[in-house]
Write a protein of this length. Sequence first.
Length: 159
Amino acid sequence: MASSEGGSRICVSCGRSIALDANVCEHCGHDFRAPAKEEKPKTVVPVIGGVLIILAGLMGLAMGGILVAIDVDDLDTYGVDVTGVTDVVEDILTACGVIAIIVSLIVLLGGFFGVTRKHWGIVIVGGVLGLFVIGPFFLGSVLSLIGLILVAVSRKEFE
């Protein structure tokens, strides 16, 4: 209980007058003993990590699109003979392309959440799946790995 001998002050929560030595507002229940929440320092690290994961996802989408769009009849031009198994090779390339597109969409989702600093677990899953996005010269995998490391070390900045 607070006494009114020491004067009064305004409650920061409800705006009503309360005793100066009150620990809890008698009107709204705001506790003045609880420490104020400190704002977490925000760095650019998770944003950079998210952007790198997004780039890996975009490379994966491109690779998946290429696999789906490959015309099996043109493989002879590159020295690949698929005579007699054309339908099987086409089905395999299409299935691999669709899988790559689905995985890349999850990677993109993870990268988006990394940029917005939300759902740390989804960002980690997206970064791990991004490791399987090969890209030219393993660039997609490298970008995803760097992004994954940046997101992992900035865990405390996520909601």
